[in-house]
Design a protein around this ligand. Structure first.
Ligand SMILES: [Zn+2]
Length: 170
């Protein structure tokens, strides 16, 4: 099953977990059938607390499964984790949909507004309505605002939106 998921995809998913160490952890899980948090911490060198944090995040998205047993000696629970590669595709699709939604909103905003800019590094573009309010002067640096073309940005966003729609079959 794992062979259907390429490494780049796995890395992307791990990065979506928001922790750098998640990439290492997922790599590790990929090569093992089932394992415990202790074993992952010992082998990868990632702090046990962080290992658990990442595992629970993955678990929230059903990307790993969890099985509990009791240690016969200590009576404590042992958690056994396993990567769920068949869930990865669904997760990636929902991530892509979220990105597509955001990009579509951004694209519409860019298309429907005229922007003005002072050409100062670190200052922000403002839409026409705000530029009028400011009598065409930047509220941060005071320099005059001039029209700022966004055709390139619109083209790039359109391309990305189109690509995602294709990938999602929409
Ligand atoms: Zn400025």
């Amino acid at each position: 099953m794992l062979s259907t998921i390429d490494d780049a995809t796995l890395t992307k998913v791990a990065m979506a977990m928001g922790e750098e160490e998640a990439v290492v952890l997922v790599e590790h899980l990929k090569n093992i059938d089932e394992t415990t948090d202790d074993e992952i911490a010992n082998t990868t060198g990632i702090r046990l607390n962080l290992v658990r944090k990442i595992l629970y995040k993955l678990y929230d998205h059903s990307l790993v499964s969890l099985r509990r047993t009791r240690d016969p000696k200590t009576g404590w629970f042992i958690f056994h984790w396993k990567l769920q590669p068949d869930q990865l595709e669904g997760f990636i699709l929902s991530q892509k949909r979220r990105v597509l939604e955001k990009l579509t909103v951004r694209l519409e905003y860019e298309k429907n507004h005229d922007f003005y800019f002072c050409n100062t590094l670190g200052c922000k573009r403002v839409p026409f309505e705000d530029a009028v309010e400011l009598v065409f002067h930047c509220s941060v640096c005071g320099k005059p605002l001039s029209h700022c073309a966004n055709e390139h940005l619109v083209a790039r966003l359109s391309e990305k939106v189109e690509q995602l729609r294709n990938e999602l079959g929409e």
